[in-house]
Design a protein around this ligand. Structure first.
Ligand code: IPE
Ligand code: IPE
Ligand code: MG
Length: 249
């Protein structure tokens, strides 16, 4: 088995791209330089995942809590998103990638919102990898939204409380039509979820690395996929049951 052809490719990879600021600080640079270098690593990740025929890639670009950062950093990030989006959308489209933004887009300036929707619209007919970009996103926000929408339907009489189940809740989340993430990657050394995809990560295999995001490349992506291949996913069953199922498949 070559490193480029893992035996079990995860269908959906979810990534927390963390460590841009520390990467820059280590080099005596401002945090902005770290974010800029982070864009390069993100481009490599998107290309690497598309080449490996990953079906869905979901990346965390800006959390609902990141507004609390110094104003200068927040406005730099907004400019960087806008510039990057404008510069990359054609290439993503040529590569048959479907782009979608998840999160509370109403928090952004109208120009940026328009660019996000335009990228979504332009690529919506593509059939290749789905790229979800989480911006002003928080797992609790998403679940609260889902609950409010379901409650409104119950109030309106279209739905009964007894109809509320896993599948219905999932459908009301922003990536409910995608398979759940198989593999989660967080760079930057922290081992926490930081309010990311709280619903969807229930049975995801978790890969943490100390590598700072701008240093993350395809070799480490393959290492993460290799880690995933080494896991036995049991979903509550025993190892024996799983092996029997695999042998009879
Ligand atoms: C992740 O890197 C990028 C964003 C949150 C936008 P950080 O900026 O969190 O980098 P560190 O964690 O401070 O090093
Ligand atoms: C999570 O990273 C959000 C993104 C990478 C966009 P943070 O750096 O904001 O997370 P905390 O604050 O260390 O938990
Ligand atoms: Mg961080």
């Amino acid at each position: 088995m070559s490193r480029d052809q893992p035996d079990k490719t995860p269908q959906h990879i979810a990534v927390i791209m963390d460590g841009n600021g520390r990467w820059a600080q280590k080099r005596g640079l401002g945090r902005s330089a770290g974010h800029q270098a982070g864009v390069k690593a993100t481009r490599q990740l998107v290309e690497g995942c598309a080449r490996r025929e990953i079906k869905v890639l979901t990346v965390f670009a800006f959390s609902s809590e990141n507004w609390k950062r110094p104003e200068q950093e927040v406005s730099f990030l907004m400019e960087l998103f806008r510039g990057t989006l404008r510069g990359e959308v054609d290439k993503l489209h040529e590569n048959n990638i479907r782009v979608r933004f998840i999160g509370d887009l109403s928090g952004f300036r109208s120009g940026l919102q328009k660019d996000m929707l335009a990228a979504d619209r332009k690529t919506s007919g593509n059939t290749g990898m789905r790229l979800n970009i989480a911006v002003n996103y928080g797992g609790r926000w998403e679940l609260t939204q889902a609950m409010a929408r379901i409650a409104a339907q119950i109030e309106g009489g279209q739905l009964q409380a007894a109809d509320v189940n896993d599948e219905l809740v999932a459908r009301h989340t922003s990536i409910g039509d995608d398979p759940e993430p198989d593999l989660f990657i967080r760079t930057g050394g922290e081992q926490r979820l930081s309010n990311y995809l709280l619903w969807h990560l229930a049975y995801t295999e978790l890969f943490f690395t100390d590598t700072l995001w701008p240093d993350f490349g395809v070799d480490e992506l393959d290492r993460a996929i290799g880690f995933f291949n080494g896991r036995e996913r049991r979903f509550g069953q025993t190892g024996e049951q799983i092996r029997d199922l695999e042998n009879n498949a």
